[in-house]
Design a protein around this ligand. Sequence first.
Ligand code: ZN
Ligand code: ZN
Length: 156
Amino acid sequence: MTGFAKSLDGGRPASSRTARAEPNGLCDTEIMAPAPDPKSVTVNLTTGTGVVIEWKDGHRSHYAFPFLRDACPCALCDDERGKSGRKPGEPPKLAPGALPMFKEAARPLSAEPVGKYAIKFHWNDGHELGIYSWQFLRDMCPCDQCKAPRTAAKTG
Ligand SMILES: [Zn+2]
Ligand SMILES: [Zn+2]
C-alpha cells in the first residue's frame, strides 16, 4: 500500500476554491468570487484540435472537442449523465453486449461568445444548448496539474 500519494499540496493555493459550478444554476447563482478570466480563447474549428484557453493567471488549458461535448453543461445533457452516472467529460458507456457504433467525433460547426463570461458551441450533432462559462471550463481543465487534486479529492 505505497501508492497513496499524500503530498498533493503542489503549490496551487488560490485556485483551489471548492465552488463546483452548479450545472443548473445559470440564472440564480451569481458567483461572488472573481471568475477566471481568459486572456485568449482559440477554437480550432478547422483543424478540429479543440479549444485552447490562455488564462490571465498564465495557466493554459486545452480541451478536446469530444470532451467538451460530453461535458455539455445544459440541463438535458446533465440529466442524461446523471441517469448513467457519468461525470462531465466522460464519454457514454456502451450498454452491455452492444456493439460500438461508428459515430462521428463531436466537433462544433461554430462557436460564439456569450456575454463576457461564457462560450457556446453549435455541435455537428445539432446540439447547441450548453453554455460553457469560463468558471466551468477552468474547473474542468483536463491538464494534469488541475486534474490531480480533483482525483485526489474524489478518493478522499
Ligand atoms: Zn447539452
Ligand atoms: Zn489546468
